[in-house]
Design a protein around this ligand. Structure first.
Ligand SMILES: [Zn+2]
Length: 191
């Protein structure tokens, strides 16, 4: 199974190789759209990795903000379809991240409203209206971003599948990962 560094390298290499491919495939050869794809691909693979379902390097990379991914890591088994499926995995992570971010911002603003006159509900409403406007006004950019986000996660999942299928003994492999997860959990406590 590829380790974190190998996954990072695969993400960056496929992101760079993908630039001429995506540019060539786009009917208008739009470079801005191509770079949007590349950015989303790399961000998805490095920061929104499928291995956020584990106390992995990408999970630790979030620093104090890994609190956002703690429920995700607890609820989803390692290499479950929710995290490692090609299309749904990255999209679920993006939706989950938006929801958790909105919740944390709402909690922060609600706390702040005790000190200064500010409306958490109004700011949250404005945030979701902005997300809606993005879809209405810049749909093509959003679509190419989502495609990049999906390919960034898919490269990871495909690498996992390929390396697992070439391993002679699946069962012992799974067992060693379970042990590793338990050890990581111990190291990181609730985080
Ligand atoms: Zn993985």
């Amino acid at each position: 199974m590829p380790n974190g560094k190998t996954h990072d390298m695969l993400t960056v290499v496929t992101g760079v190789i993908g630039i001429p491919v995506v540019w060539g495939l786009l009917p208008d050869h739009n470079l801005a759209a191509t770079l949007t794809w590349c950015g989303a691909h790399i961000v998805s693979g490095i920061a929104f990795s499928p291995d956020l379902d584990l106390a992995s390097t990408p999970y630790k990379r979030w620093g104090p903000l890994r609190i956002i991914w703690y429920p995700y890591r607890q609820l989803i088994g390692h290499r479950d379809w929710v995290s490692h499926s090609l299309v749904f995995g990255p999209l679920i992570r993006l939706g989950y991240f938006l929801l958790m971010s909105a919740l944390l911002i709402w909690l922060f603003l609600t706390g702040l409203s005790q000190l200064i006159p500010i409306s958490g509900a109004r700011w949250s409403g404005a945030f979701w209206r902005s997300v809606g406007d993005l879809w209405t006004d810049h749909r093509a950019t959003v679509v190419i971003f989502l495609i990049g986000f999906i390919t960034g996660g898919a490269v990871h999942s495909i690498a996992d599948w390929l390396s697992s299928s070439s391993e002679p003994n699946h069962r012992s492999l799974r067992k060693s990962w379970r042990k590793r997860r338990r050890r990581d959990d111990d190291e990181w406590g609730i985080w």
